[in-house]
Design a protein around this ligand. Structure first.
Ligand code: 6GU
Length: 234
């Protein structure tokens, strides 16, 4: 439709190594991320880990030595996959392993990742990776929070989303970069917001918001800010 591509030097590049490339389809084609991809601001390449299976049955996982529940992703498919991914593009990129035991991802990490220009995201499944992946490749390990997910795909989408939003031009006209840095520091708009209709099921929009008095509106919004939360501890 009326999409005007921004001129850019090189797109930000994401490479995702996953057993489930189709999980990313709608995420990468719709809305803000879809537009950033179509406009050439970011490039996302999906790599199916099964390509580097250890046998003709497509095996990429096995049981942990010493016993224990579930299966682990084997080291050879992951190491060979990362080597092939690196060979595909000049910049070796920054290697990130998505795992619940990693360091918590936050907005400042998103800003740091933006400076890397290329991220290689390793999505775990099952009980995780053979530890030799960490020994051999030395990835940065990242978690998105203290809860258990079925794999690293949703966390990879979280990282792609938050980093892409920081790429200049990715937000287009509907959100100004000024607003965004404001959100960054204040975390979220902390006052209630309303749109049409003016009245719904007996609930009216506060009269002050319809007054046109922007100084007054700013004071009203300020008065409704909640005291900031105490700092998060890891
Ligand atoms: Cl990165 N992976 C999995 N499997 N679960 C998670 C996570 C990652 N971050 C939070 N929970």
């Amino acid at each position: 439709m009326n999409e005007v591509p921004e001129p850019v030097d090189a797109p930000f590049r994401f490479d995702v190594l996953t057993l489930f490339p189709p999980l990313f389809e709608g995420f990468l084609t719709e809305s803000i991320i879809g537009r950033a991809v179509r406009n050439g601001l970011v490039e996302v390449k999906l790599w199916d880990l099964r390509q580097w299976a250890v046998n003709r049955f497509g095996q990429v996982d096995d049981r942990p030595f010493g016993g224990g529940p579930g299966m682990l992703l084997m080291a050879p498919p992951v190491v060979e996959g990362v080597n092939a991914i690196r060979d595909d593009f000049a910049d070796p990129g920054h290697l990130v392993m998505l795992t619940p035991s990693g360091r918590r991802f936050d907005q400042s990490k998103a800003r740091e990742f933006l400076t890397r220009k290329r991220l290689i995201l390793l999505c775990g499944r099952y009980e995780g990776f053979d530890h030799r992946v960490n020994e051999i490749l030395g990835p940065e390990t990242v978690s998105i929070g203290d809860y258990v997910l079925s794999g690293g795909e949703v966390p990879a989408m979280v990282i792609i989303d938050s980093v892409t939003r920081l790429v200049p031009g990715a937000l287009g006209d509907e959100t100004s970069p000024l607003d965004e840095s404001f959100h960054d520091d204040r975390r979220l708009v902390e006052y209630p917001q309303y749109t049409r209709p003016r009245e719904y099921l007996g609930h009216s929009v506060p009269e002050i918001l319809l007054s046109g008095d922007h100084a007054k509106i700013a004071r009203w919004r300020e008065s409704l800010r909640r005291p900031s939360e105490p700092p998060q501890t890891q």
